[in-house]
Design a protein around this ligand. Structure first.
Ligand SMILES: *Cc1c(COP(=O)(O)O)cnc(C)c1O
Length: 234
């Protein structure tokens, strides 16, 4: 078995164990393989091992890989900061956006979504840790934003996403994820048809699943350490 296939299997085991520990079904959380900075060949290898959903953070880099991998039935998720001049490419080429943080970009994506494609699935990014990340809406804006986006015809609002500050403290990790889960419950109680809590990465997916994650975004634990020089400032 190749290194990527073995890593995917190890990830699947981590997810199943965490799902069991949280008292949920063994497949309670979907795995999104975060392939940013890794070459198309690595994605091909992951696909050969059964992985279909991939996350990318940089539009130009992603488009190049999408073109090379057009022969595969992959599901592409955009997870990085999105500038308005790149929204059309994302609306045309991706199935999901996890990093929606302004109404203006939401409106553009909705208008730019090609009519022959299903609505673009979106999660609203929420900044639960305040100081650590400047991306995402404030927690007290998240539910209102979800309602606004729910009315946009080109979009299908699926839930919330967060990237909390990195910390080895399991209690802090869980508190951040619990806060996002609380917003999700609140929005669902208002009747919004949400089904996705996108939270948890290589280092904290267990904490996220214990707090209700339905999708974890994992890069390093599948593909290895990223070349920081390739992680452009955005
Ligand atoms: C890079 C990235 C990930 C993956 O992080 P790892 O720690 O490598 O698993 C997940 N989510 C987002 C939004 C990212 O940008």
């Amino acid at each position: 078995m190749g290194a990527i296939a073995a890593a995917l299997q190890a990830c699947a085991t981590r997810i199943e164990t965490a799902c069991a520990a949280s008292g949920r079904d063994a497949h309670c959380a979907r795995l999104l393989a975060v392939s940013k900075t890794f070459p198309a060949n690595a994605i091909r290898e992951a696909h050969a091992a059964g992985q279909l959903a991939f996350g990318e953070s940089y539009v130009q880099e992603a488009l190049a890989k999408l073109a090379v991998l057009a022969d595969l039935p992959l599901e592409w998720h955009f997870i990085g900061p999105l500038q308005s001049n790149k929204s059309r490419a994302v609306a045309e080429h991706f199935a999901w956006v996890h990093s929606l943080e302004t109404e203006r970009i939401a409106r553009r994506l909705s208008e730019q979504r090609p009519p022959h494609l299903p609505a673009l699935n979106v999660c609203i990014q929420v900044n639960v840790s305040g100081e650590a990340s400047k991306h995402g809406v404030a927690p007290d804006q998240a539910v209102r934003m979800a309602r606004t986006v729910a009315a946009m015809p080109g979009l299908r609002v699926r839930g919330f996403m967060t990237i909390p500050e990195a910390t080895p403290d399991l209690a802090v990790q869980r508190a951040r994820f619990r806060q996002l889960a609380g917003l999700y419950d609140q929005a669902r109680a208002l009747g919004l048809p949400l089904d996705t809590l996108s939270m948890g990465m290589s280092a904290d997916l267990e904490a996220a699943i214990l707090e209700g994650a339905t999708m974890v975004r994992v890069g390093t634990a599948i593909f290895g350490a990223r070349d920081l020089g390739k992680e452009r400032a955005t």
